[in-house]
Design a protein around this ligand. Structure first.
Ligand code: 17E
Ligand code: FE2
Length: 437
């Protein structure tokens, strides 16, 4: 007898993308068989009828700040909407942090993520705080949620490595206490030289401790903010390569074509990942512009074309930098399609991959990610045709399965409409969707 049988689901071949209708056999938390769908009896502890849903790997959140989540308005609201006022509001909230406060808000946000089908999360945690209270709390949360959500922690020096008192020591101490990833914020450092030095410190620290690097990089509408070339070059020279990620890089939305061409080559050669946070960049960037106002989004379409791995992140859920958010990567993908004009049929499908497969590459999940024999039984059942359909209709997963256990269920909402001259009828917002071209 197996632990769990998931009947009648469509899975996509990871190489060809072709779908087939199968049953998933789960035992000991892993997928032990993927067989053509049959109604024959199989002994299982739990049986889920997938009703033809698409079984797809869970969403992956490559970039969020759980230490700050759910603090919007505390102690005051960010009225200008700039990154800078967000950092100032947070600096006022920081001295009020307690272990319980951080654990409660972080776990609440992770409950929302799991309910939405997100089972891998990379969270930054501000380490420019001599008490490191948020760091210790999130290290504890990482353990508490281990059975349901895989949480990676980034030591994030919000107020700088070189420009904050003891910044380098605090970052080093965070690496010692057991983070997964080392961060940086070169555009925030006081000088260009400090910015370059801060990237070197972060890459060197990660290299020595066997960690990844994920830097907030060039998050400013200043075409002269050019630290991503430094980060990519350090990634290549250190050999860390795909273990390095550049987040935000909004200045790239202002770079000229000649420099952009040179930069794309450096980025592609380095193997680093990029994370764009479209909801938050649309909100925080362009704030110092008169008209025309810039979008403040990195060159997502062009980077993808250059062969760079780009994922979409949420960045914030109700905090000093962003007042909205429900911890739902599918919403991020929807905003991302518009913000980056990835709106052809294939491009919309790609945005779905940017909150699943591409984000999984950022976290370095490897073979542990995917719906295949041997992988952890962590997947979502989406009553959708494909990623394009899921993004368009914002389809919620009916079932979220984490390590072999059904951890969330959501019956689809049903709307009954009475149209003039017709009997009441269900509206599904789901006409036959054209198959991929
Ligand atoms: N801190 C920062 O420097 N940039 C951001 N986008 C957030 C926090 C959310
Ligand atoms: Fe961020």
């Amino acid at each position: 007898m197996i632990d769990l049988l998931v009947r009648d689901v469509r899975v996509s071949d990871e190489a060809t993308g072709e779908t087939s209708t199968v049953d998933l056999h789960v035992d000991g938390g892993r997928i032990v068989a993927v067989v053509p769908h049959t109604d024959e009896a199989v002994e299982a502890g739990t049986v889920v009828d997938g009703a033809g849903a698409w079984a797809t790997p869970p969403y992956v959140e490559p970039h969020v700040h759980l230490d700050a989540a759910l603090t919007a308005g505390q102690p005051r609201w960010n009225r200008s909407g700039t990154l800078w006022e967000g950092i100032a509001c947070w600096a006022e909230r920081k001295p009020m942090l307690t272990r319980e406060d951080v654990i409660d808000r972080a776990e609440q946000t992770l409950r929302w993520y799991a309910a939405n089908g997100t089972l891998h999360v990379r969270s930054h945690v501000d380490v420019t705080d001599p008490s490191l209270v948020a760091l210790d709390a999130l290290l504890e949360v990482r353990d508490r949620v281990r059975d349901i959500v895989n949480l990676q922690l980034v030591a994030f020096p919000q107020e700088g490595i070189c420009s904050f008192p003891n910044g380098e020591e605090l970052l080093t101490e965070a690496a010692r206490r057991g983070v997964d990833v080392v961060g940086a914020i070169p555009h925030f450092e006081d000088t260009r030289e400090d910015g370059v030095r801060s990237v070197e410190i972060a890459v060197d620290l990660a290299d020595r401790h066997g960690l990844h690097v994920d830097a907030h990089c060039d998050e400013i509408d200043d075409e002269q903010s050019r630290f991503v070339e430094v980060l990519a070059t350090q990634a290549a020279r250190s050999g860390l390569r795909e273990r390095v990620t550049a987040s935000h890089t909004t200045a790239m939305g202002s770079y000229n074509p000649a420099y952009s061409y040179k930069l794309h080559r450096i980025l592609a050669r380095s193997g680093i990942n990029m994370v764009s946070n479209p909801m938050v960049s649309l909100h925080l960037q362009g704030r110092f512009d008169d008209y025309p106002k810039r979008r403040g989004i990195t060159q997502v379409k062009e980077l993808l074309a250059a062969g760079v791995n780009v994922a979409f992140g949420h960045d914030d859920v109700m905090d000093p930098w962003y007042p909205l958010g429900t911890a739902n990567p599918l919403q991020v993908a929807h905003v991302g399609t518009h913000a980056t004009q990835l709106l052809s049929r294939d491009e919309i499908e790609e945005t779905f991959r940017m909150v699943t497969w591409r984000a999984a590459r950022v976290l370095g999940l490897g073979e542990e990610y995917g719906v295949h024999v041997g992988a952890p039984a962590s997947f979502v059942l989406l009553p959708a045709v494909d990623g394009y359909d899921a993004v368009r209709r914002q389809v919620r997963p009916t079932h979220v399965v984490s390590r072999g256990r059904v951890v969330a269920t959501t019956p689809p909402a049903v709307t009954t409409l009475t149209w003039p001259g017709e009997d009441p009828a269900e509206v599904t917002f789901s006409p036959a969707v054209p198959p991929p071209a």
